[in-house]
Write a protein that binds this ligand. Structure first.
Ligand code: MG
Length: 401
């Protein structure tokens, strides 16, 4: 074969188009080198790259045009040189999410890919709800971290979320996800709710806010906040647990990852007494959190044992990974606060979830949508796959969250 012929066939989709095209080609000496087919709103686009001898190009072309006309499709054929075997190039997946997704964002991001020497090989939509998520499969230069940084910067200005990941086997296989709890898996900061119950709401909320931004040492700030809870009856813990709200998408995320065989773990600078009941329905594998000292039915204002802080969260990730025998490169960490930074940094994929700027800068990618199940799209899992799995399990709720 000393040549190629690219055939692009398009038109209103109907059953049998692809079959008719290849049935016609059966009687030629052409071979199939590559093909892609796509249907968008009932319009079919079929691209077929054929290997042909230059002497046969005219005949093969005639066959393709004849069959396309017969099935009522438009066709364009482009002869070319034999395909060069591509040199080993990096392959990446760039996931872009927005609600909505403006064309200008797609323009700016794809221009950046092109300018940095990345070719877009394929584009797929993986979700239309609750965000529009599209994956660009690219190949090209090896500087993935440079691309990640520049796209992260652009995405912030454009108001969309972008994740750049190496394609390939590392994305598959068993993985481990470790998530922060307060303002990540749940919408609240539990210590603030407890402080309100103790009549210390404002003072404690101010300390929480500066701790989340990393302005004060977490362990010290936690000691000060817990001290403000001294004398609070233990029943308040159950009352607060009852008031806590899971983040939209938390159930879908955990349910889907468990089905895929992921280990799902939670690490929290908050308190086991609240985290455990609040996340019971999520069926997580491990929970690590701080514990409150109780005496005579009341909080003493002290934390039991060592405080689980920024370094402790990272250690927890490493220990869970060792326990479940998952290499760190296959771990995912999700968090929003300054004390999540080390854990996000250590994980294979660190995801900042509606995070403070310092946390976003330290993460591989950040999500600004309020839906925790958007993490699934970063892993290439589509909305259709999630809903099909739910339907197969008898979950008939539309868009179960
Ligand atoms: Mg948090």
């Amino acid at each position: 074969m000393d040549g190629t012929l690219l055939a692009i066939i398009s038109g209103r989709d109907r059953p049998g188009v692809t079959a008719a095209v290849f049935d016609a080609l059966r009687h030629t000496r052409a071979v199939v080198l590559d093909m892609e087919q796509l249907v968008v709103r009932g319009r079919l686009i079929l691209a077929v790259l054929l290997g042909v001898d230059s002497a046969d190009v005219g005949d093969v072309r005639a066959v393709v045009h004849e069959v396309a006309t017969r099935v009522g499709m438009e066709v364009e054929t482009l002869p070319g040189a034999p395909e060069e075997v591509a040199a080993s190039r990096g392959r990446i997946n760039v996931t872009v999410m927005g609600a909505p997704l403006p064309p200008g964002a797609v323009a700016d991001l794809t221009v950046e890919l092109a300018e940095r020497g990345w070719n877009i090989d394929r584009i797929r939509r993986i979700a239309s709800y609750p965000v529009t998520a599209v994956v660009f499969e690219g190949s090209g230069e090896q500087d993935v971290s440079g691309l990640r940084r520049s796209l992260a910067e652009k995405s912030r200005a454009l108001g969309v979320d972008v994740a750049v990941e190496h394609a390939g086997l590392n994305r598959r296989g068993q993985r481990l996800i470790v998530m922060d709890v307060d303002s990540t898996v749940i919408q609240d900061e539990v210590i603030d709710l407890l402080a309100q119950a103790a009549g210390q709401g404002e003072a404690v909320a101010a300390i929480t806010e500066s701790a989340m931004h990393g302005q004060i040492d977490f362990a010290e700030s936690l000691r000060r906040r817990v001290a403000a809870l001294e004398g609070l009856p233990v029943q308040a813990l159950a009352e607060v647990a009852g008031a806590v709200r899971l983040t939209p998408g938390a159930r879908t995320l955990c349910r889907t990852l468990k089905r895929l065989g992921y280990h799902v773990c939670l690490v929290s600078g908050g308190f086991e007494e609240v985290v455990v009941p609040v996340t019971a329905e999520l069926d997580v594998d491990r929970i690590r959190a701080n514990r409150l000292e109780v005496a005579n039915g009341r909080l003493t204002g002290r934390v039991l044992g060592d405080i689980l802080d920024r370094a402790g969260k990272r250690r927890a990730l490493e220990e869970f990974a060792a326990e479940f025998d998952v290499p760190l490169s296959r771990t995912i960490a999700v968090g929003d606060g300054a004390n999540d930074i080390d854990m996000l940094d250590a994980a294979g994929l660190g995801v900042a979830f509606n995070a403070k700027p310092a946390v976003r800068d330290a993460a591989d990618t950040s999500l600004t949508t309020p839906y925790l199940d958007s993490v699934l799209f970063l892993l290439g899992i589509t909305r259709d796959e999630i809903e099909e799995a739910d339907a197969a399990d008898g979950l008939r709720v539309r868009h179960p969250r």
